[in-house]
Ligand binder design. Structure first.
Ligand SMILES: Cc1cc2nc3c(=O)[nH]c(=O)nc-3n(C[C@H](O)[C@H](O)[C@H](O)COP(=O)(O)OP(=O)(O)OC[C@H]3O[C@@H](n4cnc5c(N)ncnc54)[C@H](O)[C@@H]3O)c2cc1C
Length: 449
């Protein structure tokens, strides 16, 4: 098929990779005059990294691996701590903080040189029974069998499908920077989230001596940009415990970039006929879970899987893609809207949150980590789900054999067990710990009826 992709961001490039591999003819139209060379760092979790691996994109040698996320109070006390290395062991793909520019370079690496047509701003799209037409700012048009809107937060394609006013502001905004700040965290594999009454501060090593730092503050679109934002941030956060004052002292106005958070309710069906959406065009959400780009990669993976399979009409396969993505993406999007990055969990309560909660969360967020892929010959191997958390799949080499639900099990003896309970409304798969000595886990043990 001839497929038109609007936008050459994370979504557009990853969709193009997956569709080219399945033998389709793809053209990307991007409004920017050339490849993007700016941008701060993004967190690529195990789910995003697994998709990248399937697309033949390696993150080796870029960014920094993240093994632990510590949530702290403004005066430096620990709220909760997340063991991210546990997810790496479970799924076989590390979580990495990667400068966006480097991610886009890796996604574009090996693609045909003339795949992306720069300086082409899409103005409108139309379709009849068999073909889709995109019209660009210079009056030219492109015609294809399918059109994929990967044009981000301000998507023209989404506006064509859903109308205006579907994306709303979401209370907070982020001031962020990526710069070589020489503090201890920069050379570690630890990510800090610090929250207090004034807002939130995130600190994350991003490789090559760079630190990604950001400050979340309350925001509404009516707010005017401060004349000296860095001075304002220093006044607001300067009294927080170390290393926040050191970061603010080393930051410069030139490093600062601002994003207001936005959100849209994800509809069950987000495309129409021969047009669909991937990434922020379908699900703009606040960056509070760091899942936006990861979910965009998941979109590309599922769309590739659906369009690789023959048989049904392409229109049917586009709707199958949206149906497969809806439960995961609507969950992630609703959670991101609740702004967990700004939760001020009291340290006493925080200790009750399992250190491995992120591992379970990632499985719930991801089609890639939990769904078997069905692809025709040639595509199957590239998309096969690696050994995962289910009992018929062996744990990956070096997997941690501790209690996956709580780290309270002294014996570290757990036997993963999965039962599928079917009800007329839905089926659920659950995995309980069955270690003998751990009362908390034993209470939750599955007992077959
Ligand atoms: C502050 C901040 C921090 C974030 N941190 C993370 C993180 O840690 N982890 C994570 O996973 N995600 C993060 N995200 C989210 C992530 O950046 C997005 O979800 C992801 O980039 C979406 O990819 P996309 O391809 O849909 O859109 P984009 O990357 O925005 O790409 C859209 C492309 O379409 C082009 N375009 C737009 N309109 C047109 C048009 N009319 N015609 C032609 N081309 C067009 C644009 O120029 C752009 O190149 C963050 C977002 C923000 C704002």
């Amino acid at each position: 098929m001839e497929i038109i992709v609007i936008g050459a961001g994370v979504g557009g490039l990853s969709v193009a990779r997956v569709l080219l591999a399945a033998g389709h003819r793809v053209r990307i139209y991007e409004q920017a005059p050339g490849p993007r060379t700016s941008g701060k760092a993004v967190l690529i979790w195990s789910n995003g990294n697994a998709v990248l691996n399937d697309l033949g994109v390696s993150l080796d040698g870029v960014g920094a691996r993240i093994d632990r996320i510590d949530a702290l109070t403004a005066d430096g006390r620990m709220r909760t701590s997340m063991n991210i290395a546990h997810a790496t062991d479970r799924f076989g793909f590390p979580t990495k903080a990667v400068p966006r520019r480097r991610l886009l370079e890796r996604l574009a690496d090996g693609l045909p040189g003339d795949l992306v047509r720069y300086g082409m701003s899409c103005r409108s799209v139309t379709q009849d029974g068999d073909r889709v037409t995109a019209t660009f700012g210079d009056g030219s048009t492109a015609v294809g069998d399918l059109l994929i809107g990967a044009d981000g937060h301000h998507s023209v394609v989404r506006r064509h499908l859903w109308g205006d006013g579907t994306v709303q502001p979401a209370d907070f905004g982020t001031w962020q920077g990526l710069s070589p700040i020489d503090i201890e965290i920069t050379d570690t594999n630890r990510h800090f989230m610090i929250t207090g009454r004034e807002g939130a501060c995130g600190l994350m090593p991003a490789g090559d001596g760079l630190l990604q730092w950001w400050f979340d503050v309350r925001w509404s679109p009516a707010d005017r940009r401060p004349a000296a934002p860095l001075t304002e941030l220093r006044n607001r956060f300067g009294r927080w415990a170390s290393p926040v004052p050191e970061v603010l002292a080393a930051a410069t106005e030139a490093d600062l970039e601002f994003f207001g958070h936005h959100w849209n309710r994800v509809p069950r069906v987000w495309g129409e006929g021969r047009i669909t959406l991937v990434g922020d065009a379908a699900h703009t959400m606040p960056p509070t879970l760091g899942q936006g780009a990861n979910q965009t990669l998941e979109d590309a993976w599922v769309l590739g899987r659906e369009l690789a399979g023959g048989g049904d009409e392409p229109v049917v396969r586009l709707r199958a893609y949206e149906r497969a993505r809806y439960p995961r993406i609507s969950l992630v999007s609703r959670m991101a809207k609740r702004n967990p990055a700004n939760w001020r969990i009291p340290p006493l309560l925080g200790r009750m949150v399992p250190e491995t909660a992120q591992t379970a969360m990632l499985a719930r967020f991801s089609n890639r980590l939990t769904e078997p892929a069905v692809l025709p010959a040639g595509g199957r191997d590239r998309h096969r789900t690696p050994p995962g958390p289910w009992p018929d799949q062996a744990p990956p080499p070096g997997a941690v054999s501790g209690c996956p639900i709580r780290r309270c099990c002294p014996t570290r003896r757990w036997r993963p067990t999965c039962r599928r309970r079917r009800s007329p409304r839905r089926s659920t798969a659950r995995r309980w710990c069955r270690c003998d000595r751990c009362r908390r886990c034993r209470r939750r043990r599955w007992s077959p009826r």
